[in-house]
Write a protein that binds this ligand. Structure first.
Ligand code: SAM
Length: 310
């Protein structure tokens, strides 16, 4: 059943099983080509569409996420349904958020043996994910499993991580370079806001490296499946508001000294502190006034947040 918004655009599609015999696995080169041909569509570059044609990658992701019938899964970007199909067989319920409404007839076709899938036709970055969790899982934490669109991976991950209590784990395909950034520590050029946000909220695990050959069309980069398991309690004690304001300010201007980056960047976020106040706190922490944000560990950012929040 498909519902529409007031302006007649698609709102959501709730699938009901139209057939009892399971459809053939979609995540294979011939099956994917056949679907694209049958519906006369091409992968859309502007939406980061690279469809998975290797079912073993999906199976490993589902296994790493430990999906069972007890789980309600959020999939971002179902595409033609390759991952959705296997998630639907493993999970109790699957909620997908897809921006490309032209895929509606495709998904109604490819998921015609599924009756536990709902597709919300919207941009995931404009979606109220807490409301999704309330509506589909009575507010209990959902699990995210997705092959993310690479052009918006970082904002999507930041959004998912900051929705406290909504997701118990996030198992996602990302560009290998993003996985490297997530695992990096102070002093490396990959280290930044994303590395710190992940360290604060979740324990990262590499599930598998994935070659460009596993996709149609092939991307120009290699990929990695990551599983981020949310901590019940963060590994450091921090004032969260200050912590993320500090991290944003420090890495928005990472070439500047931390004192300069913070005195400009915090003002911009409505938190007024003079350069002198900041250097005094840095000094009390035994840090030089010329230190850059990229040299500080999560623990040091947390200490800075506690001192500045006082
Ligand atoms: N899950 C499919 C698979 O593995 O074959 C497709 C993955 S493809 C890499 C990314 C998907 O995300 C596409 O279906 C694309 O249309 C969708 N997408 C892109 N930007 C989006 C956004 N902002 N919100 C929701 N979906 C988005």
């Amino acid at each position: 059943m498909t519902e529409y918004n007031n302006d007649n655009t698609l709102s959501r599609t709730t699938l009901t099983a139209q057939r009892t015999v399971p459809c053939a696995v979609l995540a294979a080169p011939a099956a994917t080509r056949a679907v694209l041909e049958r519906h006369g569509i091409h992968a859309r570059k502007r939406y980061g569409q690279n469809f998975l044609i290797d079912a073993s990658v999906i199976e490993r992701s589902i296994e790493a996420a430990g999906i069972t019938e007890e789980d309600c899964v959020l999939e971002i970007g179902p595409g033609i349904g390759s991952m959705t199909q296997l998630l639907s067989r493993a999970a109790g319920r699957v909620v997908c958020v897809e921006i490309d409404t032209s895929l509606e007839p495709v998904l109604i076709d490819t998921l015609s043996d599924c009756d536990n899938v709902t597709i919300l036709w919207q941009d995931v970055l404009k979606t109220d994910l807490r409301a999704v969790c309330e509506e589909f899982n009575d507010g209990r934490p959902m699990k995210v499993v997705a092959n993310l669109p690479y052009y918006v991976t970082t904002p999507i991950l930041m959004e998912l991580l900051s929705r406290k209590g909504c997701f118990s784990s996030i198992t996602v395909m990302v560009q290998k370079e993003v996985a490297d950034r997530i695992r990096s520590g102070p002093g490396s050029k990959e280290y930044g806001a994303l590395s710190l946000a992940v360290q604060y909220y979740a324990e990262p695990e590499i599930v598998t490296e994935v070659s460009a050959r596993a996709f149609l069309p092939r991307p120009n980069v290699d990929s990695t499946v990551l599983c981020l398991r949310a901590y019940d309690v963060p590994p450091v004690e921090a004032d969260e508001g200050w912590l993320f304001a500090l991290i944003r300010a420090a890495f928005n201007q990472r070439r500047k000294t931390l004192a300069n980056a913070l005195s400009h960047g915090l003002n911009y976020q409505g938190l007024r502190l003079t350069r002198e106040q900041i250097t005094e706190v840095l000094g009390a922490m035994g840090l030089s006034e010329t230190v850059r944000g990229e040299a500080l560990s999560l623990e040091q950012f947390a200490e800075l947040s506690r001192r500045l929040a006082m």
